[in-house]
Design a protein. Structure first.
Length: 746
């Protein structure tokens, strides 16, 4: 029915028709009327058709209507990521977001003419639009703080991207009384007009925000992360047993004689990749990349498969993992643990002595891993002297990986990595240590082998012409690149045409040796599109790969599981089903990334608040990443976060903003603070409700703000708005998890 509707609406002679008109045009029997209504509703929800005046139906693009996901910033501005591949982002002004919340699936009408092009600047080629309909809510439950006035109750959402208070009646039957200031979960009910407040119902009271465990419970509820698996899923897993059987080995290549190893973070339990390397008689290399064979256990359409698809991926919070698969699979039967037989999908490479792949083949296999290494252990072997055959293999693998890496960057791959941090908690869930995680050679070894496998599998799928899911990273919007280039040139840094990847490489290489380099590199990252999943092989801009997919982490990513099925089992899903899956797992990935960031933030806020409460704020070295007329943003690498230093709380001098030179300068001491400077800061304010922190210069103490200057809120990176009214204001982006997870997420 859906295909018939789309074919009819796509005809050149089609005139927008109502439901009854469609019934007649399709010559439907009365028994099919309900099927038509359901199909129209599903097609509208997916954005493939749109309802216009007088309940007539049309293909959205015919009326300049664009379906997509809207991303809303803390300042209220929105950016639509269209469903159609290859189409750039569409800006939605704060006043034009309608009743959309962050990450909703919406329908946007392009503004102005032609097709939404803004005419006030000839350099600006971006499009703008207005939300005309919410097709589907990303989430219907929101976590926030209960506020009470004399007349009504409302919930202020914790996520600043949800900018509207939600009015609620007094809660009933929610397990415990709700008091003003409590964290609560509210279910969104009605919001039909932007001119009225959204309404909802409190479904759960989490408790006071300072109570132990409430912070993380709020994150779990906010991002709808499940703590348990359904009973039928667990029962399905039990039937697999705990060991590999002889029947499991049918039609598999036996690689158990190979001294296969794994290299992972020291805290990892789900080992989904392993490798073995040996030299050929001709001096070339044979490399076996083994990936956990999850598809052997998780069949299409099973209860286990449906739950894995629903979750989309594992989520790595600061204090726990929300796995995509039950632990009996993710940490046991599928995990490539040492000294146990395990089933894999293998990509076997022949690689020249210069690091150039010659050929590859893929097949099911069985392995018996010989050793499990943490990154630190592998790095010690790489840096030292080999003591046995496995250690010699690791040193050879490092040398080969560096050659492969050199070829990758020569082909145009961009060096976009940043130092990262990892939080370790004590038994009470408080920050015990903040550790830096470097992308050293042990990480690069695994990264290069996994990237090679992903690229090879993508090429094989394209050669076989099998519909599948690809990992895509589209080229950045030329207008954004031009704006960024002007910013770079304003700091007297040479910069060519950034629409040419070679010029981007030159710039990134140049920035490595400049004090201002890290700050400008952050600016470049903000001009890039976000990587996502799609059924079209659009390539990966950051990696400079025309063919790329995700194949190497099926324990933690549903996309990889789909690719395994497509490659080895000739997957049975249609293109429409694959597209729906790709869109869904792109959304769950964004949801997990936000949850991971927030779980880290709430622990850091508590850590910094304890410093304020104890009146012992610690000094931190910070990089100035943006300078505005109200203060300057700083990146505090030792904390893995950023914040604002408001000018209004600096007491050692009166600082003035120089808009020409983009710096602030003390009126008395003439101290200059500009982009790229290193300063020493300490915490000045933590706003848990608004998820923001302010720092002050160590020499200025932590004085209260003086009157007369309003201090905008600062935020952990990645959620900062484009501050103030200046269109060149920058967001400041937070660090992610470990380098390994970052590379796997590519």
């Amino acid at each position: 029915m859906e295909s018939r509707i789309l074919n009819l609406l796509g005809r050149k002679d089609y005139v927008p028709a109502s439901g009854p008109d469609l019934r007649r045009a399709l010559r439907l029997e009365p028994a099919q009327h309900r099927t038509l209504r359901n199909a129209l509703k599903q097609l509208e929800r997916s954005g493939q058709i749109a309802r216009i005046k007088d309940n007539r139906w049309i293909i959205p693009q015919e009326a300049d209507l664009i379906p997509g996901r809207i991303q809303i910033t803390r300042s209220g501005r929105g950016f639509l990521v269209p469903d159609a591949p290859g189409q750039g982002e569409i800006e939605v002004r704060a006043s034009n977001t309608g009743t959309a919340f962050h990450d909703d699936h919406v329908l946007v009408r392009l503004d102005d003419s032609p097709r939404g092009k803004r005419s006030h600047s000839p350099k600006d080629s971006s499009e703008t639009g207005t939300v005309v309909r919410v097709l589907e809510r990303r989430r219907t439950t929101i976590v926030g703080t209960l506020k009470k006035t004399e007349q009504f109750l409302c919930v202020v959402p914790d996520d600043p991207r949800y900018r509207h208070d939600i009015f609620v009646p007094p809660p009933r039957d929610v397990g415990r009384p709700a008091r003003a200031g409590d964290k609560v979960v509210v279910e969104l009910r009605h919001w039909e007009s932007r001119h009225t407040a959204p309404e909802g119902v409190i479904t759960e009271v989490l408790g006071p925000p300072t109570a132990e465990g409430v912070d993380m419970l709020g994150v779990l509820r906010q991002y709808d992360l499940p703590l348990k698996f359904p009973r039928n899923v667990l029962q399905e897993v039990k039937r697999f047993g705990t060991e590999i059987t002889k029947r499991d080995l049918d039609s598999r290549t036996d690689c158990r004689s190979h001294p296969v190893i794994t290299i992972d973070p020291d805290t990892a339990k789900d080992f989904d990749d392993a490798f073995y390397l040996e030299r050929t008689r001709e001096g070339n290399w044979k490399l076996w990349v083994h990936i956990a064979d999850v598809s052997h256990y998780v069949g299409p359409g099973s209860a286990l498969d449906k739950e894995a698809r629903k979750r989309g991926n594992s989520t790595y919070l600061v204090d726990r993992v929300i796995p995509m698969l039950p632990e009996a699979l993710s940490n046991e039967l599928c995990s490539l643990k040492p000294h146990l037989d395990r089933l894999t999908k293998c990509v076997e490479f022949l690689i020249s002595k210069d690091g150039v792949p010659q050929r590859a083949r893929c097949y099911p296999a069985v392995i018996h891993s010989q050793r499990r290494l943490a990154y630190e252990e592998a790095m010690a072997i790489i840096s030292g002297k080999a003591q046995d055959d496995i250690e010699r293999m690791i040193k050879d693998a490092d040398a080969l990986a560096q050659k492969i890496r050199k070829h990758r960057f020569k082909a145009g791959s961009l060096a976009l990595d940043f130092p990262e941090s990892r939080i370790r908690l004590d038994d009470r869930g408080r920050v015990a240590a903040i550790e830096k995680v470097e992308n050293d050679q042990s990480h690069q070894l695994i990264e290069e082998f996994m990237l090679l496998a992903n690229e090879t599998v993508a090429g094989r799928l394209m050669k076989l012409k099998r519909p599948s899911i690809h990992r895509v990273h589209e080229k950045p919007d030329p207008a954004r690149l031009r704006e960024y280039r002007e910013d770079v040139l304003s700091h007297n840094v040479p910069c060519g045409n950034l629409e040419r990847p070679q010029e981007v490489q030159k710039l990134l290489h140049r920035l490595k040796d400049l004090a201002i380099g890290p700050a400008l590199k952050i600016g470049f990252l903000k001009s890039l599109m976000r990587a996502r999943y799609a059924i079209e092989p659009l390539g990966h801009y950051g990696l400079a790969k025309a063919k790329y997919t995700h194949f190497t982490s099926p324990i933690r990513r549903y996309a990889d599981l789909v690719v395994h099925r497509t490659l080895f089992d000739e997957g049975k899903e249609s293109k429409a089903e694959l597209k729906e899956t790709a869109d869904h797992i792109s959304s769950t990935e964004r949801n997990s990334a936000d949850a991971e960031r927030d779980s880290k933030s709430v622990k850091l806020y508590a850590f910094l608040q304890a410093q304020l409460d104890g009146r012992k704020p610690q000094p931190y070295s910070a990089l100035v990443t943006d300078v505005r007329n109200f203060g300057f943003f700083v990146d505090v690498s030792d904390l893995g976060m950023s914040g604002l230093v408001p000018l209004s709380i600096l007491t050692d001098d009166f600082y003035e903003f120089d808009s020409t030179r983009l710096l602030v300068q003390g009126r008395r001491n003439r101290r200059v603070i500009k982009l790229g400077d290193l300063v020493e800061v300490q915490i000045a304010k933590v706003d848990h409700g608004q998820k923001r922190v302010d720092f002050t210069l160590v020499s200025s103490g932590s004085a209260k703000p003086r009157g007369g200057r309003r201090t905008p809120r600062s935020t952990p990176r990645k959620q900062s708005p484009k501050a103030g009214k200046n269109p060149k204001a920058r967001k400041v982006t937070p660090k992610r998890k470990s380098a390994r997870k970052r590379s796997r997420r590519r």
